[in-house]
Design a protein around this ligand. Sequence first.
Ligand SMILES: [Zn+2]
Length: 323
Amino acid sequence: MKDNAAIAIDLGGTKIKLGIVEKGEVLAWTSIDAQSDKGLLPRLPVMEDEIDKLLNEAGKTSNDLSGVGFATPGLVDTQKMKLISINDKFSDALNFDFVNWAKDKWDIPLFLENDARAALAGEWKYGAGRGKDDVVGLTLGTGIGTSAVMQGELVRGKHFQAGILGGHFIVNVNGTPCNCGNIGCAEAEASTWSLEKKAKDDPAWPESELSKAERIDFQSVFQLAEQGDKLALNIRNYSLDIWASTVINMIHAYDPEIVILNGGVMGSAGVIIPYIEQKVKEQAWIGWGEVKIVQAENMNNAALLGVAYLATTLENQNGEDEV
Ligand SMILES: [Zn+2]
């Protein structure tokens, strides 16, 4: 019996996080540049080297490991462990044989999962969703990742896309074209990738302090809004409404008792959470009580924890006995 340590990988657009995780604890971790314009496959040898260093640091060998957990953006077939759809970056990884890669390198099984689902698994098992059976998670950042646990099971659906497309729920039928092909998706209306264009297209842009900001991100939007900058206020207020609408859509779709918010934008949690709480109270149709809206406990490593959990419980998920 392996001691339930796992290699955990969280593939992001700018950074790839790598870790050795054991029973909900990150023993060692690092992050490397994703260089996503070159695709994923050229980064694999670098990842292997870094992981071997981390194993050393954690005092583990591949004999101690139960598996590799690999979190990636896009749609993932969690039976064949294949990436089936992803926007542009990393498209060289479509249909790549991740299982064989892990077997060749460390001789252990691999579990591939969508990154938002992995992040929710991390919060569900080791964070704010501990002990709950009905949980929704949203990651507000470069895009908007979502996921749901219903009646104690991660929602995946027949084609593995259930729960994870909340960022592509339509929140504005006259809205901005999204990189998914849809129009007016939540993440096309309010996420970091769409923010800069939205700001620059606004007639108030030239007079706004935002046009002088070093980086156009939600941190500067929230800061300048505090100081009364008109454009920043408009963007902040509109974004808060989009995120609140997305939370309400997720509550209506998945019937959670708690909604957990994660991601870089949550640096402004002090404004975001009370606003969403109020909107949910006023607008959501909830017949049984009150849905809790909380910040994630594992702001930096929820996906690592979650994907390690999935990798170490692999046998159970496939319906076979643990060995
Ligand atoms: Zn979309």
